[in-house]
Design a protein around this ligand. Sequence first.
Ligand code: BG6
Ligand code: MG
Length: 246
Amino acid sequence: MTDPTTVPLEPTEPGEAGAQGAESNPYAAVIFDLDGVIVHTDELHYRAWKGLADRLGLPFSRTDNDQLRGVSRMRSLELLLAGRADSYSEAEKVALADEKNKDYRDLLNELSPDDVSEAVRCTLWALQEGGYRLAIGSSSRNAGLILRHIELDGWFEAVADGSMITHSKPDPEVFLKAAELLGLSPAECVIVEDARSGVDAALAGGFHCFGIGDAAGHPDVTWAIESLPDMLAVLLPGKPLPPIVY
Ligand code: BG6
Ligand code: MG
């Protein structure tokens, strides 16, 4: 991996409003979605949901899995059950969701720091060096576990996750919670999302939002980006981009 200490960025005081982009933007913090932005847990979700679907004799493809991006665990189960959702009691659905989550957590044991791309690492590093505060806003109740497995937990000053909210994306609750933990208003934070429902959540909460992957196709996303370091051109204008192998 490129040695980030060679990147020519001048550090500023962490938490300084607007950081190095102060002249051109009002942001003091970046709130990242976790799954699909910081680390690709999609395949592990797929394997866990696919196992459950096979046991129930239901079809479930990778395309179906893509539709569950940003969707809560219980809502994902209802989509997987499709027309059969009404044949299960609430208690049975909770048991099925627990079964999937147990398999998923077993699979999360495979996650390691090697699963974090160089583009993600360099972006986090450049933003932190540029004075931005970093936070997570994730629908996942496993966010803390994932961050520990990939050893990035120390990078985020605040982590708002699925265990702290009653309404999942597209409701803005998780992002508002992250902003509250930071003590900032939505106008002072910018969101990074890979799910269209996450972009809806950000906009509903009064945040500006970077969309990557599927979310880049959202018609109202503030900035569509191809790769995470693209956000540095907006947040650290005039600074050379870190020398990353994309
Ligand atoms: C989101 C994922 O981040 O978290 C969804 O994109 C997932 O696919 C949701 O269903 C809830 O995650 P978990 O880990 O609490 O089941
Ligand atoms: Mg996501």
